[in-house]
Design a protein around this ligand. Structure first.
Ligand code: DGJ
Length: 647
């Protein structure tokens, strides 16, 4: 049984295949986390508490208790997982145990992506209810053990059961104490064109924050953090890892107390997110995926890969081999005609490519990145036969047809902006700062989301489109919405994501056979939230094969190969100027969802022959590459060689 409840002791034991997670309600009704680690026999482990209580201190013992959901005003001075400001103007919240319920299967989270179960037997869930007697705040802590996947999910639903407004300013999804501070931390830091570099260092004595305040998970950090025993390698050592199934502003943090105990937390970023909770209303946090591995980083990655690939990703393409594609972006940028495109498609056909993707520049006045976003009417000067005409020609050569969109954005120079200047995120009286000469549509507004749904739907209905590249090329600046009251303005970060998830849920359900790939200036929103709607992501705008070795290696720390988009591009490479042989470029790109992003009509005969052979090989082995078991063998971060294997 993955969950046992010892009612007399108020002890909850959650078992994975290899891990245990033990909770306990103490004599004052506080919910404490006694243990997360290697699997224990079922039994009374309350003796562990002594470890946390011992030691002389200036503070009360509450400062040291291993709270499962720390709040403010309980004598605990660490980062609160929940902070709720009441109408008296204070944050004091004392959550004590109320009740619990066991559920078979895994209930969905309303409006949010999450791990799902396909059959009730795959998942066992537990809800523990805590309550604050004075403010009426109710916290429902939701846990699910996915036994075969050997992972635990956690989230919190907050309900205002009182009679006055509560302003939620901390809404973390998970916050778990870990004994001692003999640990390293590992996270994935990066930037545009150098996404997700592995950073590993001792946890130290201070707080470490890994975060985004950008309105997207971002290029700079990934919503993931791991705590490792210092001896941990790929194949041995203990790892405690958290991943947030969310695509917006997040915080992951480690703290070390003055008694040298540690804590790992993850959730919405409290600096930029809050939520006004009126009496009777509820707020659901995003879900955190918790992985414990006693088999090093490989064990951690396998659990993430399996879970994301089979129980976060959904739909028709989840288990299917992904088509080899040719994308025209680096081949033509905005400068294309139907003739130029068809010349590329014709060469693509000769080497066995299965899908042609038309990137940016096909609509409105979009001849460069200064205009046109929002006006999704096909540009007949470039494509006289429209999308349907082009798709027909592509199909006649035996390839599927795919299309680029950037639906969350608007160019100030567009008909959409001229008609609805208040539809973008902005603050009255302040500049509307542009990045890539564009503004962000305010997806906290239902009317804006409905517009996007209909605009994208009508294009998808206008031609046989089998694939969509969903791009997003800037982050938040002046964060304000014309539709939100001042007292709830700081909910915009969260409401934007909820709006985006509604748009994606609607479109992916309306067009279930379309293969969606997400993108954000390359890998600026490579996260499990997007993967719940789109099973693959464009990994980086850096297409240099040597740079990609590092980017793809470290992306695999968390993400399965079936999620990693990887293309062969021209040499000298457009981002780095480096020249690499065609064989090298093919080998690297084939270690992900294979594609080409160069003008195939300009390749030499030799390069065409190499590319053709690579496509043939890819088709033979892609089942194993995309769905098989992946192992990192030699790190490019530790020397000048790298190796990985697919089984
Ligand atoms: C950014 C993407 O990462 C590129 O692949 C390309 O689609 C451009 N946007 C188009 O504007």
């Amino acid at each position: 049984m993955p969950i046992t409840i010892h009612s007399e002791k108020k002890l909850f034991h959650l078992f994975g295949k290899t891990f245990s997670y033990v909770l306990y309600v103490d004599e004052k009704g506080s919910l404490l986390n006694l243990y997360w680690g290697r699997k224990l026999p079922d039994g009374d482990v309350t003796y562990i508490l002594k470890e946390f209580r011992g030691g002389a201190s200036f503070d009360s013992e509450y400062s040291r208790l291993p709270f499962e959901l720390p709040t403010v005003g309980t004598g605990y001075f660490g980062m609160p997982a929940v902070r709720a400001r009441n109408e008296q103007g204070n944050d004091v919240t004392v959550l004590t145990y109320d009740s619990c319920a066991q559920v078979s299967g895994k209930p969905a989270l309303s409006g949010l992506p999450a791990v799902y179960a396909e059959a009730d037997g795959e998942a066992s869930s537990l809800v523990i209810v805590l309550r604050d007697a004075l403010t009426g705040l109710i916290a429902r802590l939701k846990y699910t053990v996915m036994e075969n996947l050997d992972v635990l999910t956690r989230s919190v639903e907050l309900e205002n059961g009182g009679s006055e407004n509560l302003n939620l300013t901390n809404m973390l999804s998970a916050s778990v104490p870990l004994p001692g501070n003999e640990y390293d931390i590992l996270h994935l830091k990066g930037g545009w064109a150098r996404e997700r570099r592995i950073v590993r260092r001792p946890i130290g004595e201070a707080t470490t924050r890994v975060e985004s305040r950008r309105g997207a998970s971002g290029h700079e950090e990934n919503p993931f953090m791991a705590v490792l025993t210092p001896d941990t390698t790929e194949s041995q050592g203990e790892v405690f890892a958290m991943l947030l199934i969310y695509s917006g502003s997040f915080l992951a943090a480690t703290e070390v107390s003055n008694f040298e105990n540690s804590r790992l937390s993850i959730g919405l970023n409290p600096d930029v997110c809050s939520w006004l909770l009126a009496p009777g209303e509820t707020f659901q946090t995003p879900e955190a995926l918790l992985v414990h591995s006693a088999e090093g980083l490989t064990g951690m990655s396998r659990r993430f890969h399996e879970t994301i690939r089979t129980r976060v990703c959904r739909g028709y393409w989840r288990d299917r081999e992904r088509p080899v594609l040719a994308n025209n972006w680096e081949a033509t940028y905005f400068d294309f005609t139907e003739e130029k495109l068809m010349a590329i498609v014709d060469e693509a056909r000769k080497i066995g490519v299965e899908l042609f993707v038309l990137d940016d520049g096909w609509f409105g006045a979009r001849d460069n990145d200064a205009k046109g976003l929002g006006d999704y009417t096909v540009n007949r000067k470039k494509l006289p036969g429209g999308l349907a005409g082009l798709a027909e020609k592509v199909h006649a050569l035996g390839l599927l047809f795919g299309l680029w969109f950037e639906p969350e954005m608007v160019s100030p120079d567009s008909d959409l902006y001229r008609a609805h200047p208040d539809w973008c995120i902005h603050v009255p009286g302040r500049a509307r700062t542009q990045a890539r000469q564009q503004l962000i549509l305010d997806l906290s507004r239902a009317d804006v989301c409905d517009y996007i749904i209909e605009a994208v739907s009508s294009v998808l209905r206008s031609a046989p489109i089998s694939y969509v590249k969903w791009d997003m090329n800037r982050n938040f600046d002046e964060v304000g919405s014309a539709a939100l009251p001042p007292e709830d303005m700081k909910s915009l970060h969260v409401r934007y994501m909820l709006g985006l998830y509604r748009v994606l849920e609607t479109l992916t359900s309306r067009f279930p056979d379309v293969l969606f790939e997400s993108c954000s200036g390359g890998g600026g929103r490579f996260d499990p939230g997007m993967l719940a709607y789109m099973p693959q992501t464009w990994t980086s705008d850096d297409t240099d094969a040597i740079e990609r070795l590092k980017i793809q290696y470290s992306t695999s720390m968390v993400y399965p190969i079936s999620a990693i988009g990887s293309h062969v591009s021209a040499v000298p490479n457009h981002q780095t100027g480096r020249t690499t042989p065609m064989q090298t470029r093919c080998d690297v790109a084939m270690s992900g969802n294979f594609g080409f992003e160069l003008d195939l009509s300009k390749l030499s005969e030799d390069d065409m022959a190499t590319a053709k052979k690579a496509v043939e090989l890819c088709k033979r082995i892609r089942g194993t590459v995309q769905q098989g078991e992946f192992t990192r063998l030699l790190s490019p971060y530790e020397g000048s060689m790298t190796a990985w294997q697919f089984v």
